[in-house]
Design a protein around this ligand. Structure first.
Ligand SMILES: Cc1cc2nc3c(=O)[nH]c(=O)nc-3n(C[C@H](O)[C@H](O)[C@H](O)COP(=O)(O)OP(=O)(O)OC[C@H]3O[C@@H](n4cnc5c(N)ncnc54)[C@H](O)[C@@H]3O)c2cc1C
Length: 516
């Protein structure tokens, strides 16, 4: 029975190093008793260098692999992310905006908040009524206090960070603390066993690297799963039109300029701009559809946004990236698993890519097959789980577009056309005319987006169900009202108790955070 003893990760971007770290932390027992992990990366092809927004899941991932949160802030130019703010997606008027915070609505599982909001409180945006977090973001408050220990939160948070520095920190951690062997060499060929499994990778200058399981983290090249095995992309351009991006790093006007504590996603005629605040600079970029605009026109849109938000003049030349929106027909084939961009990519709205990397690495680690015989059984489960997850990403992202009332450009008119709706989302929108999204609509273990996220986006985008929610019986009060009051009370308590975002980051830089 062929045992799985040596795992070879190809690719040294965020996906490769995160996967190597998760596997080494769980399986790389000292003294050689566990799995051997080798990470092989080309010295000539750098990581993609974008991917600056994460989910709160990253806190568990980093804690699990033994990284100190203080080190993350000091080494990766990190800031706190408390969700996203969407500007101009509903109708494009100047005041048009809504929040998708990371904190669940107050009393989410206990009451029909949406019905009570619609019946009595539509003068307040849904997220602002049910959660204190949009108010923290609007006031630039940090999600924890100076004395809150590492990875603990007062308000749920993820990160914004410099992707290049993040990869470098993980590389140091993997090689210095987790026993990962690092080879700098380019893969130039694949040697196969008779059954079609990969036996070894041929490298440019260091000969063959043999292994039992190969993780393809080669980015969009998808060298093993895509190029070697020919597993094609199930493309999604008919649903999510964006296939290009322009990225820029923008300096702050002043050293002490406020740092936004949410990703700001501003709708444009042909796509949307992300604006991410790091302590030393902003990361700004336009994601757009090449079928709806030219690259030159897109560049002008991005530069206009930078100028209108206080960026410098002249602005640097943006970096251009192209991608085919979609995900692989399967992710694990024979003894090869694709994780990261090699598995798929569908635009950075809601920053799900690194979250999918974390989930892929975690499932691979939990289900690590002990033998080749066990591998196909695990592979089938992995493929089923991640096909489902990618489909939910596509649905959830489309929800942000499909309900728009914008009709100003073909881009928005096409997005509003029901012909471009995925089947399952179409069905859910029918159900949600009569009841809010609930956990029953998303009942798998570790759903990517909880039903609360659908509520935030659905009602933020102006979706209104049919009237008919039952009023509270006479003499009874609706429990939802108590939760609305609770959210308001938390807001009043937290605003003065939490430090400013930059203030807390400065404190962490100087004094670090408490370790537990
Ligand atoms: C515009 C844009 C914005 C994004 N924003 C976000 C975001 O906000 N949040 C988020 O979660 N994600 C985001 N992403 C996705 C995120 O950037 C990626 O998921 C993440 O960086 C992981 O990339 P990767 O490691 O898969 O690939 P890469 O970083 O491209 O790494 C590929 C690696 O493969 C190696 N390689 C390639 N060929 C060979 C070879 N022949 N031999 C050896 N090694 C080889 C390279 O050397 C490199 O180390 C964004 C993506 C884009 C395009």
């Amino acid at each position: 029975m062929a045992e799985v003893r040596h795992v070879v990760v190809v690719g040294g971007g965020s996906a490769g190093w995160l996967t190597a770290a998760v596997l080494a932390a769980a399986h790389g027992a000292p003294g050689g008793a566990g799995l051997r992990i080798t990470l092989l990366e080309s010295p000539d092809i750098g990581p993609i260098g974008v991917g600056e927004g994460t989910w709160p899941t990253m806190r568990d991932t980093l804690r699990g692999i033994g990284v100190s949160e203080t080190a993350l802030f000091r080494e990766c130019d990190a800031a706190f992310k408390q969700g996203s703010r969407f500007n101009g997606w509903v109708d494009g008027t100047p005041a048009d905006h809504y929040h998708h915070p990371f904190v669940l609505p107050q009393g989410y599982t206990e009451a029909n908040l949406a019905a009570a909001w619609l019946a009595r409180h539509t003068d307040v945006p849904f997220a602002d009524l049910v959660s204190f977090q949009p108010h923290l973001c609007a006031q630039g408050r940090a999600p924890k206090q100076a004395g809150t220990p590492e990875y603990a939160a007062v308000a749920n948070y993820g990160y914004h960070f410099d992707a290049g520095k993040f990869g470098a920190m993980l590389r140091r951690h993997c090689t210095e603390h987790l026993g990962v062997r690092h080879l700098l060499d380019a893969v130039v060929g694949v040697d196969s066993h008779d059954n079609g499994d990969i036996a070894a990778l041929r490298t440019k200058s260091q000969g063959e690297v043999a292994g039992d399981l190969f993780i393809d983290c080669t980015g969009m090249a998808s060298l093993l799963l895509g190029a070697h095995y020919g597993v094609e992309i199930v493309q999604q351009r008919h649903v999510l039109f964006n296939d290009r991006a322009l990225a820029l790093q923008v300096p702050y006007a002043r050293e002490d300029s406020p740092i936004a504590t949410q990703t700001i996603a501003t709708a444009q005629a042909c796509g949307w701009v992300w604006d991410i605040g790091l302590p030393t600079r902003r990361g700004v970029g336009l994601v757009y559809s090449s079928a709806h605009t030219s690259d030159d026109a897109a560049e002008q849109v991005l530069l206009r946004h930078v100028r209108s938000t206080g960026g410098p003049e002249p602005v640097a030349v943006p970096r251009k990236l192209s991608f085919l929106p979609g995900y692989r027909r399967k992710f694990w084939h024979r003894n090869c698993v694709a994780i990261g961009l090699s598995a798929g990519f569908v635009e950075p709205l809601e920053a799900s890519a690194l979250a999918l990397v974390e989930l892929s690495a975690a499932l691979l680690s939990d289900d690590m097959p002990a033998t080749r015989e066990a591998m196909d059984i695990v592979a089938q489960r992995f493929n089923d789980t991640f096909t489902y997850r990618w489909q939910r990403v596509v649905d959830f992202l489309k929800l942000h577009y499909a309900l728009t009332r914008r009709r100003d450009t073909p881009y928005w008119r096409d997005h509003a056309d029901p012909a471009h709706l995925p089947e399952r989302l179409r069905g859910l929108l029918t159900l949600w005319r009569h009841r809010p999204p609930s956990r029953r609509d998303f009942d798998r273990a570790e759903e990517l987006f909880p039903s609360a996220s659908y509520q935030y986006v659905l009602y933020g985008m102006g979706f209104r169900p049919e009237p008919g929610a039952p009023a509270p019986r006479e003499g009874h009060t609706d429990p939802a009202d108590a939760y609305f009051r609770e959210a308001a009370a938390l807001t009043r308590r937290m605003l003065p108790a939490l430090p400013g975002h930059r203030e807390l980051i400065d404190h962490i830089q100087r004094h670090g955070m408490l370790r537990v």
